[in-house]
Design a protein around this ligand. Structure first.
Ligand SMILES: *[C@@H]1O[C@H](CO)[C@@H](O)[C@H](O)[C@H]1NC(C)=O
Ligand SMILES: *[C@@H]1O[C@H](CO)[C@@H](O)[C@H](O)[C@H]1NC(C)=O
Ligand SMILES: *[C@@H]1O[C@H](CO)[C@@H](O)[C@H](O)[C@H]1NC(C)=O
Ligand SMILES: *[C@@H]1O[C@H](CO)[C@@H](O)[C@H](O)[C@H]1NC(C)=O
Ligand SMILES: *[C@@H]1O[C@H](CO)[C@@H](O)[C@H](O)[C@H]1NC(C)=O
Ligand SMILES: *[C@@H]1O[C@H](CO)[C@@H](O)[C@H](O)[C@H]1NC(C)=O
Ligand SMILES: *[C@@H]1O[C@H](CO)[C@@H](O)[C@H](O)[C@H]1NC(C)=O
Ligand SMILES: *[C@@H]1O[C@H](CO)[C@@H](O)[C@H](O)[C@H]1NC(C)=O
Ligand SMILES: *[C@@H]1O[C@H](CO)[C@@H](O)[C@H](O)[C@H]1NC(C)=O
Ligand SMILES: *[C@@H]1O[C@H](CO)[C@@H](O)[C@H](O)[C@H]1NC(C)=O
Ligand SMILES: *[C@@H]1O[C@H](CO)[C@@H](O)[C@H](O)[C@H]1NC(C)=O
Ligand SMILES: *[C@@H]1O[C@H](CO)[C@@H](O)[C@H](O)[C@H]1NC(C)=O
Ligand SMILES: [Cu+2]
Length: 590
């Protein structure tokens, strides 16, 4: 086999420098098949026959060649969520921006470097295909030289934690519904009702459709939901009535099929089981949410956990009982195992958006025969709230990066992006409303900037600092998981009052307490603040260092396809860039 010149050059570099020089080849064959999920049959996307797709295990410094073989009857692309793609914007997987859609029967080879360590996820970036199951975990083991934060917990336990980290396991949590993603978007168009319900919560693809009695649903309805409901009740799927979602927009509820927000049909699927070695002191999990419509809270009965990394970066460990995992975020947790009693502990994953009460469960088992006389004691209730008076939830304001990095104190440019619905409950803006037809831009924007309208993009200069104010202009919006492609942003400020300033600098004069320049989080996905009682805002600041077109969007699937997105044309002063010949069109492997 002939070795390409770039491969030879790489090999030479590996010999000179003492760096990891593995080239890891990975392939997923995507098929569209009827499968049983949560005990019910539905068409879904399988990756090598699996849902979620197989895990990709890497070591920091690896070069990755990820081949997508599209054996489905429709086109697709794959995005590597959280991966910086420094110098490889053509491998970011966004149709219309960095590549053309991969047509049925075609293949596409993504090449990128695992420059940073930590927990990531690959998923479809075309239309709403995440809801059909195209997602799988990625883990990049840190180089030995990277400082770990475990001694901050306990010097005695540091070694045990390092061992647990070496055997860390992904837990992909998601939600599921009886309709395909295309059916859902059609139902939205026909009825005017955005999809905000699911029929099951999945843990590593496993779960069931539970249909609790109306009495039970009424008993677990939250105070916040009761305020919206007045004297009404949640539906038999645990959902708010659609009127609460549609508001004053037109709707036709006769166009809504059973199972969209009401009409629960129970079915029993498998339950995920996490076996732990009871002679270990700790076990480590990487929590990843790939839900479509839910805000999933994770907890293991009777087992507090140290959150030690977020979005693929270490943080000073925080001991919590439960953690909310916004869609697209990753939380690595170190769970201290009990010396006794051995047995089974329920793992709980519950939605805490007001739109629906729904949960799923798994079991963490110490591997010995279940021997308990009583079930384990929950921290978390079925609505994602506290089941005890002392349950500790992760408080994002207390998360401190390890090590801390500081952003510039002043930005070069500010963009204020208003978030709201427009014309329908399922059409959203981030500044403007990004049309899904932008996925078909030809040539993709990377190859010609003029392909995209200025209305749907902002152009930035390389080597500058940019502020984005996510301006939640109305009350009652869910917290939006705001995801940025390419490099991470600093979360510098937020507030639960109208943002009436023209810049962070101006806002600092009036509300300095709303900002943090000391030890801000570095994230690729972060929630906008709640807007229950007033509009709210989130201020993020990033350094433009990677020329290319990168999407900023809400990771709620129906908000994303509904237009809550914006193309960041980063470092346009460095465009056009040198694009490898093989990417000038969708490529086949060598
Ligand atoms: C790739 O996809 C084609 C059809 O699209 C299929 O015939 C072939 O078997 C697939 N290859 C692998 C290795 O899965
Ligand atoms: C973790 O694994 C790496 C190699 O993968 C090894 O160098 C290191 O010693 C291991 N650490 C522990 C605590 O087992
Ligand atoms: C429930 O609300 C409706 C309309 O708001 C009202 O007509 C009805 O009397 C209420 N029922 C009760 C039992 O309060
Ligand atoms: C459990 O952990 C102990 C101590 O680390 C190890 O010796 C043993 O092989 C492990 N057992 C299994 C089944 O992994
Ligand atoms: C929560 O999960 C349990 C199964 O562990 C199930 O019995 C119950 O009905 C679920 N509740 C809701 C509201 O989904
Ligand atoms: C299971 O229960 C029996 C009887 O109560 C007890 O003797 C045994 O030690 C228990 N085993 C474990 C693993 O807890
Ligand atoms: C949950 O927390 C609230 C506020 O701290 C408290 O009032 C309530 O009693 C707690 N719920 C339970 C079941 O302990
Ligand atoms: C979260 O932490 C911040 C900073 O310590 C604190 O001001 C705030 O009250 C906490 N929020 C909750 C809900 O405990
Ligand atoms: C909203 O409706 C107006 C009037 O029909 C139309 O011009 C505009 O394009 C629509 N905008 C979106 C984002 O649908
Ligand atoms: C880029 O697109 C614009 C508008 O379609 C066109 O005028 C221009 O010639 C294109 N540039 C290149 C290099 O293809
Ligand atoms: C941001 O939203 C607030 C309402 O919360 C509004 O008053 C303000 O004008 C908006 N900012 C811009 C620049 O549109
Ligand atoms: C863009 O800026 C970054 C950060 O300063 C720099 O490393 C990179 O080389 C620049 N890229 C180009 C193409 O100029
Ligand atoms: Cu959103």
């Amino acid at each position: 086999m002939k070795m390409s010149r770039s491969r030879l050059a790489l090999l030479a570099l590996c010999l000179v420098q003492w760096v990891s020089c593995r080239v890891v080849q990975f392939q997923i064959d995507l098929t569209w098949e009827v499968v049983e999920v949560a005990g019910a049959l539905r068409k879904a996307i399988l990756s090598n026959g699996q849902l979620p797709g197989p895990a990709l295990w890497l070591k920091q410094g690896d070069d990755v060649e990820f081949l997508v073989n599209n054996s489905m009857p429709f086109s697709t692309t794959v995005h590597f969520h959280g991966i910086g793609q420094q110098g490889t914007p053509w491998s970011d997987g966004v149709p219309g921006l960095s590549q053309a859609e991969i047509q049925p029967g075609d293949q596409f080879l993504y090449k990128w470097k695992a420059a940073d360590y930590g927990s990531y996820v690959y998923h479809s970036h075309e239309r709403a295909q995440i809801e059909d199951g195209l997602y799988g975990p990625i883990y990049i083991a840190p180089e030995d030289s990277v400082a770990r934060p475990f001694a901050l917990v306990s010097e005695t336990d540091e070694q045990a934690m390092l061992e647990a980290e070496n055997h860390t396991q992904p837990i992909v949590i998601s939600d599921w519904r009886p309709f395909t993603s295309e059916e859902i978007m059609q139902i939205q168009t026909d009825s005017g009702v955005e999809n905000y319900c699911s029929n099951s919560v999945l843990i590593n693809g496993k779960g069931s459709v539970f249909c609790p009695s109306q009495d039970h649903i009424n008993a677990i309805t939250t105070e916040q939901q009761k305020q919206v409901l007045g004297n009404g009740t949640l539906t038999d799927m645990g959902c708010l009535p659609p009127q609460a979602i549609v508001g004053t927009y037109p709707s036709d509820l006769s166009k809504v099929p059973k199972g969209f927000y009401e009409g629960c049909t129970p079915s029993e699927g498998p339950t995920e089981m996490f076996k732990v070695n009871s002679s270990s002191e700790y076990v480590s999990y990487d929590l990843i949410s790939m839900a479509g419509a839910s805000s999933l809270v994770f907890s293991i009965d009777e087992h507090p956990m140290y959150v030690y990394a977020v979005d693929g970066r270490y943080v000073e460990p925080l001991l919590v009982d439960a953690v909310t995992v916004p869609i697209g975020s990753r939380y690595s947790v170190m769970v201290k195992l009990k010396s006794a009693p051995a047995g089974d502990y329920t793992v709980r994953v519950a939605n805490n958006y007001a739109t629906q009460v729904i949960n799923g469960t798994a079991v963490m088992s110490y591997g010995t025969a279940p021997n308990q006389s009583s079930p384990s004691q929950p921290y978390l209730n079925e609505a994602g709230g506290n089941a005890t008076a002392t349950t500790v939830f992760l408080n994002e304001s207390r998360v401190v990066p390890f090590p801390v990095e500081a952003p510039a104190l002043k930005a070069d440019r500010t963009y204020i992006l208003n978030v709201n619905t427009i014309n329908a409950s399922y059409i959203w803006t981030l500044g403007n409303s990004y049309p899904m037809s932008n996925e078909e831009l030809m040539p993709p924007v990377l190859f010609n900037r003029s392909s995209i309208s200025a209305a749907y993009s902002v152009a930035t200069l390389n080597n500058t600092w940019v502020d984005l104010i996510i301006n939640i202009t109305t009350m009652g919006q869910p917290q939006h998981p705001i995801h940025k492609h390419s490099n991470k942003y600093f979360v510098i400020g937020q507030g639960t009052e109208p943002f009436t300033y023209s810049s962070v600098e101006e806002a600092m004069e009036y509300i300095p307490q709303n900002f943090n320049f000391q030890n801000p989080q570095m994230r690729d996905t972060f929630y906008s603040p709640a807007s229950n009682t007033a509009p709210s805002w989130l201020a993020i600041r990033y350094f433009v260092q990677n020329p290319g077109p990168f999407l900023l969007h809400c990771h709620l699937q129906m908000h994303h396809t509904g237009g809550l997105a914006l193309a960041l044309l980063d470092g346009v002063d460095a465009w056009p860039m040198d694009i490898p010949e093989e990417y000038s069109m969708p490529v086949m492997p060598e």
